[in-house]
Each structure stands twice: as structure tokens, then as C-alpha cells.
Design a protein. Structure first.
Length: 530
């Protein structure tokens, strides 16, 4: 619609985002319910506490719901809404968007943005895809630790990991189902202009372990399932098939989410070491790894395995090449700097190098902080933000919701100590607001080099087009987050001067055959309001 006034459309948004819960939402309690460290009556520990107030996690929390106080917090740009494929795609052509709609409604009402990702993996892969009559998907058994502590499903320390049944990116039917969900999601969001405008980043996903990050089971320990062998011998998985899965997905996202940015959350060595001809890590004799001096997307020859990060590097390389300006690299493991622990002269806790390199190459990049137990208080949050700012070109950072709660209830100053990693003399206070302001300034500087409009610019410009042949034409509009009662405004486009009448007749009648007659056009029935 040439006269769609919703805007401005945010591109590569910056600032601080929080993570929506991957399951039941958190609950705020006060008084007797917050004795010591427990959340009484909820059979769950407090995830944070201050004075007589506490923040509690409990099984009866509203699924995927960020707290109202989070959505209204002025320190954040928005929320990353984390969904599970099996809970939004309940069968062929059957979708459940209730939780998503509830959260987006909050975003629009508070003038916030939201990012969205839909994971598969251990807790997100639907059961029904295996028995679908038209496009059945064979799911395969894997057992993997990922980044967990080594327990198995029974809680045995040092076990082989957790069991999961996953589809393969090489399976055309698997792609069909996951891509159908993404297509339906895009159509659902585009149905309301304010909802679509508020979308910040859509996260490519679909090959997952436990989180929304892009990774697959790859452990191969003695006495345990050798996941690379399963991938190589039973699923059709190859590095080229994996690359094609993401190539096709990025093309789909670019087509179905026009004007939006894609934030790829990487795990640097996240994929199994499998060759193109049945080779796998753990095989005897061991295949040789390809020389790291080769291009990341080099097709492997017989007898070769990729180097540890090659498959991820290929996805990043093709994403930046094919979707320049809208492909964003993200890493979800930002923590405080920790110093040189092994004597190699480098800090062992610097931001992940592949994301850092993407920033050096001129791209927009972002980070998510380590989990809430590793970035556990205001000072550690400030140290993590400083690490991301000083040691990368990050323009947005996602933090856990409980850390925002801490900043609000135990802040707003996160840390009173002097900067340690780089010159930050312009920061008079170390608050989420001041970090957001710095990220915004960096984003706009970098965005201009990429021909992106400023984020949070002070103006929204739009040129209306007349679609009537004579007389004035009036358009009605409302502020989406403040719409109430008759609070509408109008813009009237008057006819041009008589000298332009010939041009007007020629241009104004073009395409009129596509406009419904007045009695069938809802906009013609709107009252004239001032």
C-alpha cells in the first residue's frame, strides 16, 4: 500500500534487549513470600532478591511471558521472544500463536521492539513430523552434552549427555515443515502493520541442541553414541547439505520478512565433523582435516573432514555475501573479561572471534550475555557490557530478564568502579541507559556506512500518493501504541495547481482498476476526524 503510514521501519536496531523466557515466565513477589532465598509456596528458588522483594521462577508461570515491568522499562529497546517449533506448529497447516500475540501486543502498547526465534532441537522438534502422511520425516537418536555439565537424563554426573530425536537438514521433508512454519509466521506478523513494524530481528534457526543457537549434536566419546557417525551414515548429512539448508532459509526469510534483519546466533564449532563421502570424526583410521587456508565454502574431497569452525564460517560468509546489509552476526556467550589464564598473552574471555571479525568487516553484530548464573549481578553485567563494547563493534546486546530486574531494583548504577578495558570517560554513570546510548551512537555511525537509516531517528518522512482522479483525498492514521477511542489524525492531499492537471489525470488514474469501489472499500467509510 503506497499510503501505509506505519513507521519508521526499524533497521538493525541497537541497544539493550532482554531474553523472553524459554518456558514459564518469572514472577515478582514481596513480603513473606520472600524469606531468605526461597520463593515460598512456589516450590522454586528465588532467581534474584532485594530487600523484601524477590523474583521467582516457577512451573506455573505464564508460558513465554516477559513481565509487564520488563516491557515498560525505559532502559531496554525490546525483548527477544523465544518460541519452540513444536508448540507453535501443532500439525500440518495448524499453528498456535496465542503466546506470541500476547507478547507482541505488549511490545506495541509500550512502544518496544521484539526479536523472534523458533527453535527445534531436543525440546522443540515436533513429534508429528515423523508420522505426517504427505511429508514424513525420519528422526534420529542423538545423545549430547552441548554446553551442559555432563549429566545424563537421569542426572548421573559424567554421563554421555541428554537424549534427543532430531530431523536432518539434508531431509527435504524436514526443510518443508520448518520452512512452512516460518512462512506462516511471517504472514501472521504481516497481517498487522504495527506488529510487523515492531519486529527487530528474526533469528535463523532450525538446527539446534538445547537453545535457539545454531548447532547440532557432535560429541563422540568412548562408550557413548558417536553423533558424527550417526549423521554421516544414517541421515544424509554433509557440510554442503547443511549450507544449502541455511542458504534456502535465509532466502526465505529475506522474501517473507521484507525490510527486516536476520541475526544468526552462532556456535563457532557447532556442527559435527562429517565429510561429503561418509567420513566422520571418530572413524578409524581418522580422516584428515582440510587445510584451514582454503576458502570456508570449499567442497571437501573424498577422505577429508572440515576444520572445527568451517561449516559455521561458510554460513556466515554466504549470509554476508547474499544478504549484505540485512545479515547480522550474533554470539550468545558474552561475559566479563577474565585476563590471561593460560599464559598466552591474551584474555581468555574476549568476545567470540567470528562475531568480532564480522564487525571488523563492517557488518552489524550483537551479543547475548552468558547465562544468569555466570553473569549473576549488576557488576558482572556491567563488566560484560564493557567487554562487548571495548573489544568488539557490537551495537546490540541481549541480557537475561533477571539482570534487568536487578538493575531496576538494585541500581540504576551497575558499577561505580573506573573503566578497565578502554577509555569510557564520557560515561558519567554506568547504567543500562548510558550503555544503550553508546550502542545507539555506534549503530548510527556504522549504519550510515551501510546506507541504513538511523535507528531511533527524530523524524519519519513519508510521501503520500493520490489514488483519486479529482478533489482532495484524506488519510486517517493513529499512533499504534496510543490508539484509544477517537484519537485519530488526518492528512489531506489537495489537488495540484491547474497547470499540473494534465499530469494529474495521467498519473492519478494509473492503477485505479485495483482500488475497490467506495461501497466495498472500508477506508471510504471512515468519518472525517480532526
Amino acid at each position: 500500500d503506497p499510503n501505509e503510514f506505519t513507521g519508521p521501519m526499524p533497521r538493525s536496531p541497537s541497544g539493550i534487549f532482554t531474553l523472553g523466557p524459554d518456558g514459564p515466565g518469572l514472577q515478582e513477589k514481596a513480603g513473606p513470600a520472600c524469606e531468605q532465598s526461597a520463593c515460598q509456596g512456589l516450590a522454586a528458588p528465588a532467581v534474584s532478591k532485594t530487600g523484601t522483594r524477590c523474583l521467582c521462577g516457577a512451573p506455573d508461570g505464564v508460558p513465554y511471558a516477559s513481565m509487564s515491568s520488563t516491557w515498560s522499562d525505559p532502559s531496554i529497546t525490546g525483548v527477544f521472544i523465544r518460541l519452540r517449533w513444536n508448540e507453535v506448529h501443532t500439525g500440518p497447516n495448524r499453528f498456535e500463536w496465542e503466546a506470541l500475540d500476547r507478547e507482541i501486543t505488549q511490545a506495541v502498547a509500550q512502544g518496544k521492539l521484539y526479536s523472534i526465534g523458533v527453535k527445534a532441537g531436543r525440546l522443540g522438534t515436533p513429534d508429528w513430523i515423523e508420522t505426517d502422511a504427505k511429508a514424513p520425516v525420519r528422526r534420529h537418536r542423538f545423545v549430547d552434552h552441548g554446553s551442559d555439565d555432563g549429566d545424563d537424563d537421569a542426572g548421573n554426573g559424567g554421563g554421555c549427555g541428554k537424549e534427543m530425536f532430531l530431523g536432518s537438514p539434508a531431509d527435504d521433508n524436514y526443510r518443508t515443515h520448518y520452512f512452512a512454519m516460518l512462512t506462516a509466521l511471517a504472514a501472521h506478523l504481516r497481517n498487522k502493520s504495527a506488529w510487523y513494524r515492531s519486529l527487530a530481528y528474526v533469528k535463523p534457526s532450525g538446527i539446534n541442541l538445547f537453545s535457539h543457537e545454531n548447532r547440532a549434536p557432535k560429541d563422540c566419546a568412548p562408550g557413548c553414541t558417536c553423533n558424527p557417525e550417526v549423521w554421516a551414515t544414517r541421515t544424509g548429512y554433509t557440510p554442503s547439505e547443511l549450507a544449502e539448508f541455511y542458504r534456502a532459509q535465509l532466502d526465505l526469510l529475506a522474501r517473507e520478512f521484507p525490510g527486516k534483519d536476520m541475526a544468526y546466533a552462532l556456535i563457532h564449532a557447532g556442527f559435527p565433523l562429517v565429510g561429503e563421502h561418509g567420513e566422520f570424526e571418530g572413524q578409524s583410521p581418522a580422516p584428515a582435516q582440510i587445510d584451514k587456508t582454503k576458502q570456508a565454502c570449499t567442497v571437501l574431497s573424498k577422505g577429508q573432514l572440515p576444520w572445527a569452525t568451517q561449516q559455521t564460517e561458510c554460513i556466515l560468509e554466504e549470509g554476508a555475501r547474499d544478504h549484505a546489509g540485512s545479515f547480522v552476526v550474533q554470539h550468545n556467550g558474552l561475559g566479563p573479561a577474565c585476563g590471561d589464564r593460560d599464559g598466552n598473552g591474551k584474555d581468555e574471555c574476549l568476545p567470540q572471534n567470528l562475531a568480532v571479525q564480522a564487525g571488523k568487516d563492517g557488518g552489524i553484530i550483537g551479543f547475548q550475555t552468558n547465562n544468569a548464573s555466570r553473569v549473576a549481578n549488576n557488576k558482572e553485567l556491567d563488566d560484560a557490557l564493557e567487554n562487548g563494547w571495548c573489544n568488539s563493534e557490537a551495537t546490540f546486546i541481549e541480557i537475561y530478564e533477571q539482570r534487568l530486574w536487578d538493575a531496576r531494583n538494585n541500581g540504576p548504577t551497575l558499577d561505580a568502579t573506573s573503566p578497565q578495558l578502554c577509555a569510557l570517560t564520557d560515561m558519567k554513570t554506568r547504567t543500562l541507559d548510558s550503555w544503550s546510548a553508546k550502542l545507539l551512537a555506534r549503530r548510527n555511525t556504522r549504519g550510515r556506512a551501510l546506507a541504513l537509516p538511523d535507528f531511533q531517528a527524530g523524524e519519519h518522512r513519508h510521501t503520500f500518493k493520490r489514488t483519486v482522479a479529482s478533489g482532495s483525498q484524506t488519510f486517517h492514521y493513529a499512533h499504534a501504541s496510543k490508539c484509544a477511542g477517537d484519537r485519530f489524525a488526518t492528512i489531506t492531499v489537495a489537488p495540484p495547481l491547474a497547470a499540473d492537471a494534465a499530469t494529474l489525470r495521467k498519473t492519478a488514474t494509473a492503477g485505479l482498476e485495483d482500488i475497490p469501489p467506495a461501497d466495498k472499500n472500508p477506508t471510504s467509510q471512515l468519518p472525517t476526524l480532526t
